[in-house]
Design a protein around this ligand. Structure first.
Ligand code: UDX
Length: 432
């Protein structure tokens, strides 16, 4: 604890979650030592270059640079920090389980390093039960004097800083009350309920929250599909449902499915976790399947209007899994583009931010610098990501450049009447 009562915190793993969390903890006045094994990334950060796109992050790093240090040496963390966050990747394995090798790599480096008293704080999403296993292993191996606390993150890409600084809740799971209190103290200047519980419960809160939100999305997507059959409008249905406080208005936007680094991975991992312990989580199986089918429904819509897609040109507006991020992980655009290419279509795409990352994510797309070059000579436009820039499309110019005036709005983002008035055929998801 420094004289000002602020704590030195270590952050192991400077990916998306680690960098945002470390920076926001520095904004709360704590000194944060950020460590990653990727020397290039650390050198870039020391040089003021930010390796990810997140609104407000570069400014916040600059503002707090006196309190943020970057290193590749784990010693720097254990020599300086009592509280040590772990924010390494836990990507899915081919079975759908979470790959914990990076977490275990940190654990195996503890002997010899962690000589004083430390509290390990798990930010990475780990399967329920992992924390208790790690705590027992720490006791069994008698590695120094180390406590373990689970402190799951609930950050949304694109609004992660706001989510951290104005959270709906802070969840802390620990065996040892004092260790939990120390972590809770880091957040005391935030106006948020702090829920203290045991480790598996904290771990489950994270999975259950993401699985519930994903369920809401798949649910409204299925309602949208039925709306199409019966002439109802899903956007108004969602509005009408959302007024009911028991349901709530959030996460009821129908579209072409959820993506990103969390929902697909966490829903699959929870289903797998249940399965591994002998329980068949039927509902989640459906949530995943509905999402996979939803990504492909746009192909049917295109075929309905264009017939065979072979040699047709389809322009995708947006590639990122959602606006305000460059992230393409599990993005619906990738499945959609692959299906279109598989059907022999020429696929062009424009995204305000994700273009530099797109070539790696999916081969064979013609990447464009702006909306008009993407839509030029196309038989149809599919709006995949609801970027602000697309809210006011240059419809008149687009119509002149396109072969056919067809817009499929995969996010129900455009005003159907405006698009139709501009001479286009418009089709959304679950609206007529
Ligand atoms: C999510 C959780 O919200 C966050 O709490 C957790 O820590 C990480 O996972 P994120 O993946 O950044 O955050 O994105 P989010 O805004 O939740 O959206 C996830 C996906 O759902 C996106 O593809 C989005 O387009 C889709 N979505 C969201 C819908 O299709 N409809 C909606 O109503 C809301």
């Amino acid at each position: 604890m420094s004289a000002a009562g602020k704590t030195s915190v270590g952050m192991i793993g400077i990916g998306y979650v680690g960098l945002v969390t470390g920076t926001c903890l520095s904004e709360l006045g704590h000194n944060v030592v950020c460590m990653d094994i990727d020397a290039e990334k650390i050198a870039a950060l020391k040089d003021g270059q930010i390796p990810i796109y997140e609104p407000g992050l570069p400014e916040l790093i600059e503002k707090n640079k006196e309190r943020l240090t970057f290193t590749t040496a784990l010693e720097d963390i254990f020599n300086n920090c009592e509280l040590v966050f772990i924010a390494v990747d836990t990507p899915p394995t081919f079975t759908g389980d979470a790959d914990l090798s990076r977490v275990f790599a940190v654990m195996s480096s503890l002997p010899g390093l962690a000589t004083g008293h430390h509290t390990l704080v798990m930010k990475s999403t780990v399967p329920v039960g992992t924390g208790n296993k790690i705590s027992s292993e720490l006791v069994r191996q008698d590695i120094g004097n180390i406590d373990y606390v689970s402190n799951p993150e609930f950050l949304r890409e694109g609004s992660a800083i706001g989510d951290f600084l104005n959270p709906d809740r802070v969840v802390i799971g620990s065996r040892d009350q004092e260790a939990g209190e120390k972590v809770a103290a880091l957040y005391k200047s935030l106006k948020a309920p702090i829920l203290k519980t045991n480790i598996p419960t904290a771990e489950m809160i994270k999975y259950a929250s993401n699985a519930f939100l994903a369920t809401k999305i798949s649910f409204i997507n299925e309602i949208a599909n039925v709306c199409e059959e019966v002439g109802a409008d899903v956007t108004t249905v969602a509005e009408g449902m959302g007024y009911d406080q028991r349901i709530g208005e959030c996460f009821l936007n129908a579209g072409i499915g959820f993506g990103g680094s969390c929902f697909p991975k966490d829903v699959t991992a929870l289903k797998q976790l249940a399965g591994n312990s002998g329980y068949h989580f039927q509902l989640l199986t459906a949530v995943i399947e509905v999402n996979e089918l939803q990504k492909r429904r746009v192909v049917n819509k295109l075929q309905k209007h264009l017939g065979t897609l072979t040699d047709k040109t389809i322009a995708l507006l947006g590639l990122a899994f959602k606006p305000n991020t460059s992230d393409l992980r599990e993005a619906s655009s990738i499945v959609l583009a692959s299906r279109l290419l598989g059907d022999g279509a020429l696929v062009k795409a424009y995204d305000p931010i994700a273009i530099p990352y797109a070539a790696k994510a999916v081969r064979g797309i013609l990447l464009c610098d702006n909306i008009l070059s993407a839509v030029k000579d196309s038989d149809a436009v599919v709006l995949v990501t609801e970027w602000d820039e697309f809210s006011d499309l240059p419809l008149a110019e687009m119509k002149k450049l396109m072969k056919r005036p067809l817009i499929i709005d995969g996010r129900n983002f455009l005003d159907p009447q405006t698009v139709r008035d501009a001479g286009f055929t418009y089709e959304g998801i679950g609206r007529n």
